[in-house]
Design a binder for this molecule. Structure first.
Ligand code: NDP
Length: 246
């Protein structure tokens, strides 16, 4: 049976790389984001196994309808990847409450809300499925100037474990990938104007180079596959050794 996947933020960077791996494995993949043009261009490159849904996930009220539309159209949802995320690099004392809340809303609350709706749909499948959350090195060790992002990614890892214990008995595996420093627009913004930070990143990455979005795509495809059928509740660093680097 054809598997149906949702990847939030699937129009660019890591999300797009995961979508590439999924469609290559004949998984029908729905990519979600705010920028219609970006999604449209991604879909053109991904081919007929890809479908787009334009949605600002911070508008939580539209999430049940989004999931309902997908479920009614396809009759099942097998995979959810909570990948959409935003970052904010600022001194601790400069971060406003509104900025902090916006990061938490995008990176955590929207992922919770979407997961809740998708789980309701998944539970109607004969084989319920799996969820992958996307964390970051920001929750593996202390990184300066990303307070809200760090809080959001620590929350995602905690949620992964809480979801895994509650949902695995019902057949839904929940795992998390913690990407290291991966070459995308997001990391370029964080590193390119900050040579000291870039040097620090490279010096503690034993493999000595930034990761490729496709590295995360491969890990995600593995976690969705039957080869990972006994894996749930893990946070898998895909980081060239950055999280254990000296
Ligand atoms: P990108 O900025 O390329 O991707 C982020 C995606 O999230 C975009 O496609 C964007 O789509 C989508 N998005 C953001 N806000 C919303 C929203 N409100 N509603 C719907 N979609 C939204 O960055 P990356 O690919 O680098 O990041 C992907 C994930 O990987 C993030 O969770 C990030 O924290 C994580 N990560 C990245 C690392 C890296 O080194 N690059 C390292 C560790 C973690 P649109 O603009 O269309 O809304």
């Amino acid at each position: 049976m054809k598997k149906i996947a949702i990847i939030t933020g699937g129009g660019s960077g890591i999300g797009l790389a995961m979508a590439e791996k999924f469609v290559t494995a004949s998984i029908h993949t729905i990519i979600v984001g705010r920028d219609k043009q970006k999604l449209f261009e991604a879909a053109q490159s991904l081919g007929s196994y890809c479908e787009i849904m334009v949605c600002d996930l911070t508008d939580l009220s539209v999430i049940p309808e989004l999931v309902d539309d997908i479920f009614r159209k396809h009759g099942r949802i097998d995979i959810l990847v909570n990948n959409a995320g935003i970052n904010l690099k600022k001194e601790f004392t400069e971060v406003s409450d509104a900025e902090f809340q916006q990061i938490l809303l995008t990176n955590v609350t929207a992922a919770f809300s979407l997961s809740r709706e998708v789980v309701k749909a998944m539970l109607t499948n004969n084989k319920p499925g799996c969820i992958i959350n996307i964390s970051s090195m920001a929750s593996q060790y202390g990184l300066p100037k990303v307070i809200a992002y760090t809080a959001s990614k620590a929350a995602i890892e905690g949620m992964t474990r809480a979801m895994a214990v509650e949902l695995s008995p019902q057949g839904i595996r929940v795992n998390c990938i913690a990407p290291g420093f991966i070459a995308t627009n997001m990391s370029a913004k964080a590193l390119n104007n900050d040579p000291e930070r870039k040097q620090k990143v490279m010096s503690r990455t034993p493999m000595g180079y930034l990761g490729n979005p496709a590295d995360i795509g491969d890990a995600a495809l593995f976690l969705t596959s039957d080869a990972a059928q006994y894996i749930t509740g893990v946070v898998l660093p895909v980081d060239g050794g950055n999280s254990i680097g000296f």
